[in-house]
Design a protein around this ligand. Structure first.
Ligand code: PEP
Ligand code: MG
Length: 294
């Protein structure tokens, strides 16, 4: 299997009829950025930042975070990294925030909801990301967006963070794309409206499946119901991809689905042009794409 994939290490990512497809990696560190680079990924479609907050008694400061983001950017020269702001809470506890146990953790206080409720915490991360943009192509991605108002509020915090840096005389890149995860059904349903205010979409098939099918992604008893290729999930994804195309913004899938053998042809058929997968799926997905023709 490994030997079969070797030819795909240096090959461009193209379908059998010659269309170029973006193939990105899901990463979380300098090491995983290096791995993505060694696989000739086009960039990182998802940098999960939650590890910065978990498993420690304190919160990461602006300088510490900036150093982590910068190191990843420097490991992928010339490539973009899409940094997702803290997707904490729910199943990902953060000691220093002393979050309460919740009856319905996945429907509760998590991700962008925490960020908007604690703007100081949020803006520390945003300032670190903005400053890191001096060392590479930064894109900012907001998790768990459920509607237009939430996106506007998150963007307002980003503008405030920029203002804070200007006042401190610190630089950041002038054009930083700001996108959203499409992983809550309401966001997929409103994709056409959200596409007017987001620079790109990234479909989180893991959560989109969980929320669309009402199946807890952590509960083994109902795991048999968790099907990211369920027609209801596919319909939401197709609507999202269509809305992005009509609005002229890029759309990727960054959930596990994007790396699944049986899913790649389906996603290509729906018009998906960007995949973001874990490093260990890059070569297999590149091969699957190269075998596909419309
Ligand atoms: C997703 O929900 O599909 C996703 C990519 O995010 P995470 O798995 O980190 O929730
Ligand atoms: Mg998710």
């Amino acid at each position: 299997e490994q030997a079969l994939l070797l030819p795909y290490l240096d090959a461009p990512t193209r379908t059998a009829d010659g269309e170029t497809i973006g193939l990105y990696c899901n990463i979380f560190s300098r090491e995983t950025a290096q791995k993505a680079q060694s696989l000739n990924a086009d960039g990182a479609g998802l940098f999960r930042t939650e590890f910065l907050y978990t498993g420690r008694p304190d919160l990461p400061g602006e300088e510490e975070q900036m150093a982590v983001y910068r190191a990843a950017l420097e490991a992928m020269p010339g490539k973009s990294i899409t940094f997702r702001t803290m997707d904490i809470g729910g199943d990902k506890p953060v000691e220093s925030l002393a979050l309460e146990q919740e009856q319905n953790a996945f429907l509760g206080y998590r991700a962008i909801r925490i960020s908007l409720d604690r703007p100081e915490l949020f803006r520390t991360q945003l300032r670190a990301l903005l400053r890191a943009s001096m060392w590479g192509q930064v894109q900012i991605l907001f998790p768990m967006i459920s509607g237009v108002d939430e996106l506007r509020r998150a963007k307002a915090q980003l503008e405030l963070a920029k203002e804070e840096l200007r006042q401190r005389g610190l630089d950041f890149a002038p054009h930083i794309p700001v996108g959203i995860m499409i992983e809550v059904p309401s966001a997929a349903i409103l994709a056409d409206e959200l596409a007017r205010e987001a620079d790109f979409f990234s479909i989180g098939s893991n959560d989109l499946t969980q929320y669309t099918l009402a199946v807890d992604r952590m509960n083994p008893k109902v795991a048999y119901l968790s099907d990211p290729l369920h027609p209801a999930v596919l319909r939401l994804m197709r609507g999202t991809i269509d809305a992005a195309r009509k609005a002229g913004i890029p759309c990727s899938v960054c959930g596990e689905l994007a790396g699944m053998e049986e899913a790649v042809p389906v996603l290509l058929s729906m018009g998906l042009k960007k995949f973001s997968v874990s490093p260990n799926r890059v070569l297999a997905v590149r091969r699957l794409i190269s075998q596909w023709r419309p």
